[in-house]
Write a protein that binds this ligand. Structure first.
Ligand code: ACO
Length: 323
């Protein structure tokens, strides 16, 4: 059966690492408060000239190198982002041009923190059904550009970065034995669109706007929705939490990760956590965390990996992958 197999992974972070202590110079906060409530110790913030597009290009190049593939052999780019370089065209087309890729299709997907899971699910469908043979799936964000730096309840939570994977169509065994993306589940519920949103946009205010969030509401829904979609994904393949080698969650907040793991009945040492060093990088957080766990040797070829996310909209989803 034709499957979308992950053949390469890469990531890119801005040059500037900013610790909680560094933030106390511009925000009334403390390292203790941020660590206790979120688990975040530092984040990377884009400097002038570093953009969602430039970070995405660097991550894509690293993923292509890891896969041993030329950009010209790619025929699809799906980029998850809520912080595009421009309102249009899609940042994916900038990446396409920078990579020197002159065929196929490139477009952005906007599902906020679930952006990578949405992008992966779309690219997987296109690869499996034959619309594409080799796809770059990227999550890239510069949330620092849409933060209200006078709102300490939100500005300490986010960071910038990008991660990318290369998918390739490969004939594999059916079911959970074959490598590649095995199952994806996506959801949204627009009734909650005001719980986490940006208060501007081209058609409403003609401005970019800044992020607004009801933190406690988001927390509550995140734990419930993420647990439900993980169960739904595993149920669809007749699996349980015990069958999974690694969970790679969207890195929003250590307390969300802990509560979800507990509810789901998965030991902490099977959960990949990078929120301490990256902060919440929205659509970039899953491929950034995957890259860390692959490069440090935790995730190995053949492992069963479950990725999950929830974000503004609300949107949420999960994907089960045989690495
Ligand atoms: N530093 C110091 N004190 C702060 C800060 C800060 N950065 N921010 C808020 N406080 C204070 C508040 O002013 C308040 O003080 P008060 O009691 O004197 O009024 C106190 O801390 C508690 O504030 P709350 O907003 O009630 O804090 P809470 O315990 O809810 O924690 C947090 C806030 C961390 C945002 C939490 O709600 C949360 O984790 N929510 C999940 C949201 C999230 O992670 N979103 C990411 C995007 S969505 C996603 O990725 C899933």
């Amino acid at each position: 059966m034709r499957r979308a197999v992950i053949q390469g992974i890469g990531s890119s972070l801005p040059k500037n690492a900013v610790s909680n202590h560094d933030l106390t110079r511009i925000v009334e906060t403390s390292d203790e408060w941020i660590v206790e409530r979120t688990g975040i110790k530092q984040r990377y913030l884009a400097a002038e000239g570093e953009t969602t597009g430039s970070l995405a290009v660097a991550a894509a190049r690293a993923a292509l190198q890891d896969a041993g593939m030329e950009a010209q052999s790619i025929d699809l780019i799906v980029l998850g982002t809520s912080t595009p370089d421009n309102t249009f065209p899609a940042t994916a087309t900038f990446v396409q041009a920078e990579l020197g890729m002159v065929r196929g299709a490139a477009f952005d997907v906007q599902a906020v923190c679930s952006g990578f899971v949405y992008a992966l699910s779309i690219a997987d469908s296109m690869v499996r059904t034959g619309s594409a043979n080799r796809a770059l799936v990227i999550g890239s964000e510069t949330f620092s550009r849409i933060l209200d730096w006078s709102d300490r309840t939100t500005c300490v939570l986010f960071g910038d970065g990008a991660g990318a994977v290369v998918l390739e169509a490969v004939e594999e065994a059916e079911g959970i034995e074959g490598r590649g993306v095995i199952a994806t589940k996506l959801h949204s519920d627009g009734r909650y669109k005001d719980k986490l949103y940006v208060d501007g946009g081209p058609s409403t205010t003609k401005t970019v706007g800044v992020l607004r969030m009801e933190g406690k509401e988001v927390f509550k829904h995140a734990v419930v929705n993420i647990s439900a979609v993980m169960t739904e994904t595993l149920d669809s393949m007749g699996l349980t939490a015990a069958d999974i080698d690694w969970i790679v969650p969207h890195q929003a907040n250590k307390r969300i990760l802990d509560s979800t793991a507990k509810r789901f009945g998965i030991p902490e040492d099977k959960v990949v956590i990078t929120v301490d060093r990256h902060g919440n990088t929205s659509a970039a957080s899953i491929p950034l965390a995957l890259d860390v766990a692959v490069k440090d040797g935790r995730i190995k070829r053949g492992d069963l990996v479950l990725v999950e996310a929830m974000g503004g909209g609300f949107t949420w989803g999960a994907a089960l992958i045989r690495w």
